[in-house]
Ligand binder design. Sequence first.
Ligand SMILES: [Zn+2]
Length: 290
Amino acid sequence: MIDSSINPNSQQTISKPVSINGIGLHSGLDVSMKLYPAKVDYGIKFIRKDIAKNNIIEALWSNVTNTKLSTTISNKSGVSVSTIEHLMSALSGLHIDNIKIEIDGPEVPIMDGSSIKFVDLIDQTALQSLNKKRKILKVKKNIKVENNNSSVELKPNKQFSIDFEIDFPSKLINKQSCQLQLVNGNYKTDIASARTFGFERDVDMLRSNGLALGGSLDNAVVVGESKILNSDGLRFKDEFVRHKILDSIGDLYLAGAPIQGYFLGNKSGHQLNNLLLRSLFADKNNYEYI
Ligand SMILES: [Zn+2]
């Protein structure tokens, strides 16, 4: 179980702009991204600099338009940005409420497949406290979404806690569940460097479907039939489940506020994470802002 005590204090942003370049995991395109400080209650917004009009996309659950292998958000004009979950995870892990993200392409760069490069990027600048209290989304009822053998749940809880279990038909992964506590900023040490992963046997199929075009051993753990293909091996023995937690933290931050509740993920992914937020917001009795 991961426990993250939400800082009940002021909203935060970064103190000066920072920029980063990389390639999109699925598109294979080169992209540059620049993060700017933002004012109170601005939230998190992506600005597509390569598009002249209607180029602002708010990072909210209601704007999620695709969850196939990554999370994509779109605005009403159909302008989108994809693979936002690792950056969103870093912003959640570092308790950043307001930030403007300019990007010159359709996909957030994958970097090393984890969120550590985004954490390091934000560490280049100090965080800035803003003159207004952070609002927190308190879960009031149990909400569960299931699909075949997968499920996600949110339950009332005193803090934001995550419990995750995976079970892959590969002897290199099998069952893993994460049981650790996220306190005192150890998002950075325990979650942020866990990389995304894929199976060698799926690579041709993904590429023929126009996916993972930018994927390589530099930005993903690649699981072969009998061994991990990355020469340096794994960063954690249970890196796979840690990455699923990293993803969930990012997807859940699309709630628009930090969540006070207990999240349980079982063999789930981006699609169920979004359906969970849609169920949560479907009934005002499910939550309150504190
Ligand atoms: Zn991921």
